[in-house]
Design a protein around this ligand. Sequence first.
Ligand code: 4AD
Ligand code: MG
Length: 437
Amino acid sequence: MTQAETTPQHVYIEDAAPFDGQRITVKGWLYHKRSSGKIRFVVVRDGTGIMQCVASLADVGERVFEDIDRMTQESSLIVSGTVHAEPRAPGGYELTLESLQIVQIAEEYPITPKEHGTAFLMDHRHLWIRSRRQHAILRIRHTIVKAIRDFFDERKFTLFDPPIFTPSACEGTSTLFETDYFGEKAYLTQSGQLYGEAGAMAFGKIYTFGPTFRAEKSKTRRHLTEFWMIEPEVAYLDLDGAMDLAEDMIVFIMDRVLTTRMEELKVVERDVSMLERIKKPFPRITYTDAVDILKKNDIPFHWGDDIGGDEETTVSNQFDRPVMVHHFPAAIKAFYMKRDPQDDKLALGFDMLAPEGRGEIVGGAQREDDLDLLLKRIHEENLPEEAYDWFLDLRRFGSVPHAGYGLGLERTVAWVCGAPHLRETIPFPRMMSRLKP
Ligand code: 4AD
Ligand code: MG
């Protein structure tokens, strides 16, 4: 007989249910093992789940037992046997072991069930991602990414990829990463927005989805130097329309996570009732309302100040679902935001603050669509006009009202998972003091 005839079909653990009662092969790594007399329990993880394999000496013989006994945590292995439902086993299925092949015996694995410090775990991030909690968070991240793509694709938005090397700032010059571009200065993109605006004028409605970079010198739980942003941009949309879109998107994401990732939410011990209440409508308050909330909570704050992390927490704590704060003082917002026609001091921008003290997850605005006003802002901010000449063309050739926003992916994942720090929400976080691994 050939190998293919004797070795049962390779099945991923999460797909094992339809094979109940059949012989299958599982390929993975040793998660842990136990022994009890003439029985060995070998728990295998394969990236999609974990499965307990039960070996009895009578069935498998001395050699397989010796192999099991010399296997260390995270050794790679291939097992075959009959799978059957076992409600008491993790994952609900168990494999009666028939054969076991060691692929590699792992060296002493540095991450053990004992508590490790964060710095140690971050140094071993390439291995830490195998741990159940990290694995669950990254699978939820994947589901959120897919949900966001589906949300915009279903609404017939065109995916529009902006460049990463750029000649100009979008979100202020203090957080630019500068690099040498064949003798010219270039920056890593802070936001795809300006390019997204060009896309909106070409396609009507687009979304960008890519990594963005900010030289954040503050060490906070909410800031990475490299993070992923989703930025829809829509021609003929106004501020209210942008808030409607952001609200629909968040509800769509929640629904998807709650219907497909309950297992993972359990692993991260998330209180899902907090997510189940994320329903429309989300409260919308003005910046001035937010200032009143801060004052009522005895927070020293002056109209015109920027709302920082702690203040965001105070404001968002008043609500059980995300709150959108709009009509900010123009002076604290980016150059591209349109001013309120009723009050020139205000910008038609909004932030969405997530509940449970999560802070801002979305920032967006209606854009300045008048060429002269936009030029004036660029000069006021001392931005180099020549770097924006192409952007100004969008106001020269068929300018229309338009709006959009950016959703921070990692902040969204952190909120959904209840993760206290963004470092757990991306495979390899980049922060001021972290470039490795
Ligand atoms: O509010 P921001 O700076 O908005 C923009 O970049 C606009 N150009 C977006 C647009 O209108 N197209 O950033 C948007 C979001 C924030 O709400 C936050 O969720 C996330 O990006 N974000 C960060 N996430 C992690 N680390 C950082 N350093 C972040 N800075 C912003
Ligand atoms: Mg912002």
